[in-house]
Design a protein around this ligand. Structure first.
Ligand code: NDP
Ligand code: GDP
Length: 337
């Protein structure tokens, strides 16, 4: 029997890199939709040791032709739509781009599958941000009403519903994973976890003295990306298409993340190194996310393996190594965030 084919959009990102490794290990042929850029940076895929094992297709989720061409020529068994303008903060500055990629992108991909390859199984990367501040006794479940609080979350809500709509309208195997925040050493540097672990590593090595942050009381249900891509795969192996919520079931504040990250390098008076900068306060924040992923446990047999403490340690250790190896790229990142 020939190997199964998986098409991944957003393959160069954090989740794309972990998912590629997982699928290659399972014997899949992995195809990646990648955008043209000046340096074609596929750093995450290099770090994961998979960059040469992927079959690449030129494309962009905003370009319908390229999406159709990829679907028609690859005829994938499984499609993982991870491509997105994924940063909430940027979505207020670039709301139209965010909507074009995150809302119309899934529509273009689903339409291409509907007309050219309707038997493919489709995964949509939905997000806990769609809940906003809505909760049921402090928890978000599959039944919690959505109340998105950013252009990012609103665009993702469209992607979520259009996936359900194609399933209900055309009988396609199209599912949506409502994933809570998940992190790793490959997390983008603008997200609060990575910003903290990079800052801590630099402070430890005397290359910086402080980290500028926004709302320290904000709480997230943070898991490990490597665990979460397994849940994506499991969703596409089920008999019936169904949406699932994926979370660790624990919630922690930014403050707690800071405390653990600084503790890892032996700094206990961490408050001295953290300054609040109003620039990093959100126009409308999501204050607390805490997921209840019982159905994923029961029906997918999925549970997270990496604890919050281990996740923080893993990220700090990786950034310490990066700083030790070289301080080079950090100057560029600092200019951005
Ligand atoms: P990343 O930001 O690490 O990766 C985003 C990917 O999308 C990159 O590969 C990027 O490519 C690609 N991309 C951006 N714009 C386009 C476009 N116009 N056409 C094609 N590809 C594009 O995100 P993550 O890996 O963290 O997240 C994966 C998905 O899961 C995203 O959809 C995100 O919104 C969603 N999600 C993530 C969560 C998390 O906590 N990580 C939680 C819930 C949902 P390039 O290299 O060219 O920029
Ligand atoms: P998000 O949940 O996808 O928005 O992930 P982020 O990592 O970007 O933000 C998580 C939470 O951390 C949000 O409530 C932010 O308001 C809060 N936060 C506090 N300071 C910062 C900061 O400097 N940068 C970012 N990105 N978030 C911050």
């Amino acid at each position: 029997m020939s190997a199964k084919k998986a098409l991944i959009t957003g393959i160069s990102g954090q989740d794309g890199s972990y998912l590629t490794k997982l699928l290659l290990d399972k014997g899949y042929r992995v195809f990646g939709l990648v955008r043209r850029s000046v340096d074609r940076s596929l750093k995450n895929l290099e770090d994961m040791g998979v960059v040469d094992k992927i079959e690449y297709a030129d494309g962009d989720l905003t370009d319908e032709c390229s999406v159709m061409k990829a679907v028609k020529s690859i005829r994938p068994d499984e499609v993982y739509n991870l491509g997105a303008q994924s940063f909430v903060g940027t979505s207020w500055d670039n709301p139209i781009l965010t909507t074009e990629v995150n809302a119309l992108g899934p529509l273009k991909l689903l339409n291409a599958l509907r007309y050219f390859h309707p038997t493919a199984r489709y995964y949509q990367a939905s997000t806990s941000e769609m809940f906003g501040n809505s909760h049921d006794k402090g928890l978000q479940t599959e039944q919690t009403p959505f109340h998105p609080r950013s252009p990012y979350a609103i665009s993702k809500l469209y992607g979520h519903w259009i996936t359900i709509n194609f399933r209900e309208s055309f009988g396609m195997f199209a599912v949506s994973g409502i994933l809570f925040n998940h992190e790793s050493p490959l997390r983008g540097p603008e997200f609060v976890t990575r910003k903290i672990t990079m800052g801590v590593a630099k402070i430890k090595h005397g290359l910086a003295n402080e980290i500028l942050l926004g709302n320290l009381d904000s709480k997230r249900d943070w898991g490990f990306a490597g665990d979460y891509v397994e849940a994506m795969w499991l969703m596409l192996q089920q008999k019936e298409p169904k949406d699932f919520l994926i979370s660790t079931g624990e919630t922690h504040s930014v403050r707690e993340f800071l405390e653990l990250a600084f503790k890892r390098v032996g700094i206990t008076d961490w408050e001295k190194h953290v300054k609040i900068d109003p620039k990093f306060m959100r126009p409308a924040d999501v204050f607390a996310l805490h997921g209840h992923s019982a159905s994923a446990g029961k029906e997918l047999g999925w549970k997270p393996k990496v604890s919050f403490e281990k996740l923080v340690e893993m990220m700090v250790d990786a950034d310490l190594k990066r700083v030790e190896n070289s301080a080079r790229a950090d100057r560029v990142v600092e200019a951005i965030i």
